[in-house]
Design a protein around this ligand. Structure first.
Ligand code: C2E
Ligand code: CA
Ligand code: CA
Ligand code: CA
Length: 278
């Protein structure tokens, strides 16, 4: 190797690209973080707009590595690519169920904790068993645990996904389709999936208060969800004007910085009485 940066030599001699090498280092660090249970969860409220009641909390993974927060958009795909997703999912599910059980111990109204499930996990062998064990161990109420799945998770293997979703629901676990509207689902395929709700991706909300075409688009996506009888959570609400429009379109549940940012679990009890809705 002529241009001999250190990485270059190593990468050349081991037959790896620089990207692969960085993946390898980051993977080792993530592996260690999972083993030491240092990947944390932040919780963002899902709010009933009429009342400000917090009906759910979405658990969002957080990893601090070498003094910096690595975004989940980086380490989640890394975990998927490098075979760490099963271990990470099991760890985070356990953490989330423990929190849910503590938060609902003395609470009469229902509360759901939403956990994101990567496409590979939904149909992974043992996944339903893992979830079933947690439901039993923490005595979770029906609907207490909600799994957020994506269209790519469903369409990798439609029949397997449908079986899994059906089994999860038999356990009393809710299933919500994340990022609704951005994927390729046909209504017929979605209709065959026994979902509890859909989450409208925040890209559909981005310009609704300034661009009439965006608002029309959101309206169409909401109608679609209504058509297949699925309750909707609108994601990424940042401005009061977006809320006004969402209400006008009949959307009852939302999530976003305006209603509450993802927070450390220690701050969640302070949210359970409800949040102010502008
Ligand atoms: P997502 O599931 O669509 O989660 C919503 C993302 O939007 C979160 O980003 C959240 O912090 C952010 N968000 C919430 N409200 C607002 C808002 O008002 N404005 C804006 N601009 N953003 C908002 P985050 O935490 O960075 O997570 C990014 C993605 O990483 C998630 O998107 C999800 O796909 C994935 N992810 C996060 N945690 C997990 C996990 O535990 N497991 C899996 N499989 N994926 C995860
Ligand atoms: Ca999600
Ligand atoms: Ca989402
Ligand atoms: Ca998203």
């Amino acid at each position: 190797a002529k241009r001999s940066g250190k990485d270059r030599i190593v990468s050349w001699s081991s037959g790896m690209s620089l990207a692969e090498l960085q993946d390898e280092e980051l993977r080792a660090a993530l592996r260690a973080a999972i083993d030491d249970r240092r990947v944390r969860l932040a919780y963002q409220p899902i709010v009933e707009l009429d009342t400000g009641r917090v009906i759910g909390l979405e658990a969002l993974a957080r990893w601090r590595h070498e003094g910096r927060d690595v975004p989940p958009d980086v380490f989640i795909p890394l975990a998927e690519r490098t075979g760490l997703m099963t271990a990470l999912t099991a760890d985070l599910l356990e953490t989330a169920c423990g929190r849910l059980s503590a938060w609902t111990m003395r609470r009469a109204e229902p509360l759901a904790v939403h956990v994101n499930v990567a496409p590979s996990q939904l149909v992974a062998p043992g996944f339903v068993g893992t979830v079933a064990a947690l439901v039993a161990r923490y005595r979770l109420r029906p609907g207490g645990l909600v799994l957020e799945i994506t269209e790519s998770g469903i369409f990798a293997d439609l029949d397997a996904a449908r079986r899994t979703v059906t089994e999860l629901r038999q356990l009393g676990v809710g299933v919500s389709l994340d990022d609704f509207g951005v994927g390729y689902s046909s209504l017929a395929q979605l209709n065959s999936m026994p979902l509890d709700s859909v989450k409208i991706d925040r890209s559909f909300l981005a310009g609704i208060d300034t661009d009439p075409r965006q608002a029309t688009f959101l309206h169409a996506v909401l109608r679609l969800a209504e058509e297949i009888d699925l309750p909707v959570v609108a994601e990424g609400v940042e401005r009061p004007a977006q809320l006004t429009l969402l209400r006008a379109l009949g959307c009852r549940h939302a999530q976003g910085y305006l209603l509450g940012r993802p927070v450390d679990p220690s701050l969640v009890p302070g949210l359970l009485g409800g949040v102010p809705v502008p």
